[in-house]
Design a protein around this ligand. Structure first.
Ligand code: SF4
Length: 324
């Protein structure tokens, strides 16, 4: 992998304003993404993992400017895109596509598969559209007969293949995959993951893979970032995160997935109390202190800085080097 990142995210923030009460003028902010930084190399898959409400989907959407960022910068191939005028950004945005969790809702039910895939191609003034649509369908394992069907006439897995074919049509380099398999049956999930993996190998695609499913993440990612309340608590290679997790939250998440290795079953199980706090009133200090079994006084008072425990393995915890 080259050393020039395809994507660089620096201190990205997305706050949503909400009124305190219905007719109140006072505004509070939901800090959905609060200071997220990472880089992505060409051909790499970084997984963003966390519970519902951790800010992972908002991070993906803010990078693509489906939400305008509140703060921070995003660079795509060295060019800052965060404040770029929309007309200029539109051309770069073609290189950045998103695949959604529910393929059906991302496809217009009144359009044939041919027209769904052809729509962006017509905007790009591509010649021989039908031929190109057929080629794209074949790239994702579908056939000519699918071209004339409508979204509700094909299965969930085929709908997701159509969504991927439509994204491929504009020759993207970077894809945000937002839980792309979680709405599908297990057997179909594996097929879509294989398809995404093969496309990455063939075309050197770069993926931001958003998921709460750690088994899938372990299979598909090169690196993993664990998010909690809008912040990355730990980031490292897939091996560092799965074999040597350092943050208490990561350890608890890993405890929640079934591990077939009998030696691993002897590991002491840590139970995560309560639910993720509201990003409207995040806890002071370390955002995880209200649920952390290791919390000390300092955790309530001071937000921890990142500690590099190994090259590229960063942990945001006061006790990162103490807890083993
Ligand atoms: Fe737990 Fe404290 Fe570390 Fe936060 S900083 S994860 S509360 S030990």
């Amino acid at each position: 992998m080259s050393s020039e990142p395809l994507l660089r995210v620096e201190n990205l923030k997305k706050y949503f304003p909400i009124k305190e009460r219905l007719f109140s003028k006072k505004v509070k902010y939901v800090k959905a993404v609060d200071g997220v930084s990472f880089t992505l190399q060409p051909g790499e898959t970084l997984a963003l993992v966390g519970e519902t409400g951790s800010g992972k989907t908002t991070t993906g959407r803010t990078i693509l400017r489906l939400y305008e960022p509140t703060g921070g910068k995003v660079y795509f191939k060295g060019q800052e895109i965060t404040k770029m005028p929309m007309r200029k950004f539109k051309k770069i945005r073609m290189k950045m596509q998103m695949i959604y969790q529910d393929p059906y809702s991302s496809l217009n039910p009144r359009m044939s598969i041919l027209n769904i895939i052809a729509e962006p191609l017509r905007e790009m003034k591509v010649n021989n559209i039908e031929e190109r649509v057929l080629e794209l369908l074949e790239n994702v394992g579908l056939r000519k007969e699918h071209m004339y069907k409508y979204p509700d006439e094909i299965s969930g897995g085929q709908q997701q293949r159509v969504a991927i074919a439509r994204a491929l049509g504009v020759n993207p380099e970077f894809l945000v995959l937002d839980e792309p398999t979680s709405a599908l049956d297990v057997s179909v999930q594996a097929q879509i993951l294989n398809l995404l993996e093969n496309l990455q190998k063939e075309r050197n695609f770069t993926y931001l893979f958003i998921s709460h499913d750690l088994s899938v993440v372990r299979y598909i990612s090169h690196r993993v970032a664990i998010m909690y309340l809008g912040k990355i608590m730990e980031i490292g290679t897939t091996e560092q995160i799965f074999e040597n997790p350092q943050h208490p939250y990561t350890k608890i998440l890993l405890e929640s997935i079934p591990i077939p290795d009998p030696k691993e079953k002897r590991r002491k199980k840590i139970v995560l109390p309560g639910e993720i706090p509201s990003p409207l009133n995040p806890p002071s200090g370390c955002p995880f202190h209200t649920r952390c079994p290791y919390a000390r006084d300092i955790c309530k008072e001071k937000e921890p800085e990142y500690v590099e425990v190994e090259k590229g393995h960063l942990v945001k915890c006061h006790l990162a080097e103490v807890i083993k």
